[in-house]
Design a binder for this molecule. Structure first.
Ligand SMILES: NCc1[nH]cc(CCC(=O)O)c1CC(=O)O
Length: 310
């Protein structure tokens, strides 16, 4: 280690998925810098979102439900870096903190998970589908108003148990999470983004640090993936302009096509009664402008009150 011999403290939530992501980060850092694994300490931090497991997230409210305590620990110097699912990150970081390191992105798609059916198309009318994601609920209700939706919170293991118990006949999970947990076998199929556009930043891991911490900056620069950075910049600019929170069904995905950036977006009424989608194409580093511009177009076409109908 360059300017210090003390271990780099890696902060993370304690879920199996969060721990897998923290271990991936540690392994990439240790490879990039030729360091032994005892050069790192993994520090588990419990967040409000982890503590309250019996209510829909939208009722608990507020941004950063899964991140605030971790950012506090970073600011207090109890940890040096924090590993996050970028999908769960508010668009603005607290003063003094930055996220300028993104790991190579995993599969961005949603997985269709069901003990009984192979795809959304096979679900008979009236089938009960479990999801707590406003986006997935609105997207499904828009495409299949004949299905029934129930709230479905908890980690992957809990949700699989609820499917076994028959609480719902199908659910959705991120392919990225299943892959990191070595549970891809539970995915009956990976849903094409044209059918169900993923959440902004789905499948991306971002690493946050104190802005003035040069050791962390140097260590993280070696594992940053530039292409993922460009894609996430476009998606988060789009989300920022939409003022996205957990209360609004928003989907967005930027991909690289022949060295250019293609950004798609979709916004929906929470009850799935309407959806508006659009896209932008541009250069690799034009993401921020493309994102804001696409969001502007969708908001203009939506008009006032679009998100209000619950
Ligand atoms: N909101 C929870 C969450 N945050 C990130 C992931 C999956 C991993 C990822 O998208 O990077 C999940 C679970 C899920 O949606 O199935």
């Amino acid at each position: 280690m360059p300017d210090s011999t003390r271990p780099l403290k890696i902060g993370t939530r304690g879920s199996m998925l969060a721990l897998a992501q923290a271990h991936e980060t540690r392994d990439r850092l240790s490879d990039a810098h030729g360091l032994p694994s005892d050069a790192f300490d993994i520090v588990v931090i419990k967040t409000t979102g982890d503590r309250i497991t019996d209510r829909p997230l939208k009722e608990i409210g507020g941004k950063g439900l899964f991140t605030r305590e971790i950012e506090d620990a970073l600011l207090a110097g109890q940890i040096d870096i924090a590993v996050h699912s970028m999908k769960d990150m508010p668009t603005i970081q607290p003063d003094g903190l930055v996220i300028d390191c993104l790991l190579p992105r995993e599969d961005v798609r949603d997985a269709f998970v069901s003990p009984h059916f192979a795809s959304i198309g096979e679900l008979p009318a009236g089938t009960v589908v479990g999801s707590s994601s406003l986006r997935r609920r609105a997207q499904l209700a828009y495409r299949r108003p004949d299905l029934q939706l129930v709230e479905f919170r908890g980690n992957v293991q809990t949700r699989m148990r609820k499917l076994d118990e028959g609480v719902a006949a199908a659910t959705f999970l991120a392919m990225a999470g299943l892959s990191r947990l070595d549970m891809l076998h539970v995915a009956r199929n990976a849903i094409d983004p044209a059918e169900m556009l993923p959440a902004v930043a789905q499948g991306a891991i971002g690493i946050e640090r104190r802005r003035d911490d040069e050791r962390a900056a140097m260590m993280l620069a070696a594992i940053h993936d530039g292409d993922t950075g460009h894609r996430i910049a476009a998606e988060r600019a789009y989300l920022t302009r939409l003022d996205g929170s957990c209360q609004t069904p928003i989907a967005g995905l930027a991909e690289l096509r022949e060295g250019r950036l293609l950004l798609r977006g979709e916004i929906l009424r929470p009850d799935g009664s309407a959806a508006i989608s659009g896209h932008r194409e541009g250069g690799l580093t034009d993401g921020a402008a493309m994102g804001a511009d696409l969001a502007e177009e969708l908001l203009g076409r939506a008009g006032q009150g679009f998100f209000d109908h619950l």
